[in-house]
Each structure stands twice: as C-alpha cells, then as structure tokens.
Design a binder for this molecule. Sequence first.
Ligand SMILES: [Mn+2]
Length: 362
Amino acid sequence: MDIEGRIRKLRRRMEDERATAVLVSAPANLRYLTGFDGVIDDGINGACLVTADVTRFYTDMRYADAAAAAAEGGPWEVGIQRENLYVEVCDELHAMDVDSLAVESSVPYGRFKFISEQFRGAVRVIDHLIEDFRQIKEDEEVGRIAAAAAIADEAFHHMLGYIVPGRTESEIALELEFTMRRNGSEGMPFSPIVASGPNGAHPHAIPGPREVQPGDMIVLDFGARVGGYCSDMTRTVCVGKPTDEQRRIYDAVLAANEAGIAAVRAGMPCVDVDKAGRDVLAQRGFGDYFTHGIGHGVGLDIHELPTIGPRSTQSLRDGAVVTIEPGVYVEGVAGVRIEDLMVVDDGGHRRLTNAPKELIEI
Ligand SMILES: [Mn+2]
C-alpha cells in the first residue's frame, strides 16, 4: 500500500484548499491514510492530524503497541491520547500556531461543535476530503477486493445446494455468512440480504422467518471482506420452474445488467452508465419498477464514490471499483436484482464477480 503517496495527495489537496491543518477521523479514511488496521471507533479513539510537516495518528493506550509497530519506518508518527482526543489535538495545534483547521464533511455535528470551541479558530469542512482519492484503487487494493469477490462467488455455488423449500430466509442468510467466514472473510461488510417471494420486492429486505416455497424467486445480496476491503454481489434464483412473467422480468434485468456493464470504461459519465441499463428496463416495460441507482463504488466501505445513478455528476475513473446492479421490484409479487463487481481498467473493465448469471432453477 502506497501510504506515502496517499499522504502526499492529501497535502496537495490541502494546498489547493488553503488548509493549514486537517483532522481525519472517519474509520475508513484513517485506515486508508495510515494503513493501520486496529479497531477504531468512529472518531472516539483515533484521529489523524496532518499539516505540511506533521502526520500524527492519535490513539489511546490500548492501541499503543500495535500503532507503534504499524508506524515503524513509515511516514507517520503516533500520538497517545491521554484523556480527550480533541482537547489534546487542539492544544497541539495552538502550540504549532495553526490558525485554520479543516475536517471531513462526515464529522458528526456534536464533534464539529466541540472541536470548534476547543480550537477557537476557523474550522471548516471539506467534502470528500479523502474519499476522492479512495476511488482510484492501487493494485493491492484491487487484489484484496478480488479475493473477497472470489469468496462470495464460492459461497453462491455452495448455496445452490443448500436452498430447498422449507428453509427460512434467516437460515439461508446464516449459511451464507458462515460459508464466507469459514472461507476467509473478516466478518461481513453488511448483513446478507435473502429476500424470497414477495419480500424480494423490497430492495433492502431483512431476512426473516419466511420459509422458501416452490415458485419463489429469491434475491441473495451479499459480500465478503479481505484485508479490510469489501466485495458486493447479487444473484436471483428461482425455486423450481419460473412462470413466463418471472422469466420476462429476469431476462430484462439481466439485459440491463449487461448493458450497464458494457458502458463501464474510464471517462464515461456515471449518469450515462446508469442510463444504459435503465433504458433497457424502460424498453421492456419495467422502467417504473427500478427504484434506485444502478451502482456504486466499493472499497474499504461497501458504498463509496462514485455513485452511479440518474443524478450522478461524476465520470468513471481508471482504477475505480464499481458495481452494476439493476433490479425490478413488483410490490406483492417478487423482485429480481443482478449485481456484478468490476474494476475500471485498460480502456474498459475487468469483472471481479464470476458467478453464473443465467436463471438458475433450484
Ligand atoms: Mn451493491
């Protein structure tokens, strides 16, 4: 991981923004900036202060040894928090004569207010301070995401033999999680979604006690985590033979998925990638049943930049890792979603999800 390069990019951004000092506290941003993988609660026991000369990662005594080991020979130093992280950081800024401070736009209001009071100077927020850099993945980051995607692919194959009528959504979700963790996933980037029959009409349904029945479509949306990096995929299967209507919905979503993926290359406006898939669903009469953006970036967080939807303002950049996940949701009847993960590279993209996409009958 190119920690030095990341800190260099941040300092360039600070110059552009005329920020003398920045304080980073969102866990994924901290991990990105330092490479330190300790368990950090959001802004409670870890924050990184960056000025033109200093990069200091503050944490408490519980992480002192691990942080010192991680800092060894690297471009940042460890500051030990004694009582209150933000009081101590502001005292340090006063000692350094720093009079303007920037924080991430994700900082909670209470913390922003507290820091402003302690700092007694100008504190402002910079939108996507670190998140902009995080879009462009280094090879090692892509390798970790690919490893997580492979664990999820393998779990999907296992699930095809596990799902039978009578099993509940909760049982199926547990088996998915168990399989991925047994195969090397570090916890879950999000709780797996298993939505059967009419529950599939809710894009982010919570698995429950409903037993899978013959004739159900089942939406399975899940991912694994390797070296801190997430994967994300969705497949929809049918219990027994699909009806003509189910087949028509599935084919439309699959065509939209492929059209969206075909549009994924560097320089492509995200709004056009979304449109490529959305138009296919509209042509087939399902335009009103696709109720979210077609995709998003994936990395240390399960949802990160870029967002790919009808109101996106960004374009895809070389090295971005994104999902394409159109869906059709018919209230009271069923849902279908098909989601793949890919990296934008070499004038096109490389798929990281490789599970089959033809409609599988269980
Ligand atoms: Mn997703």
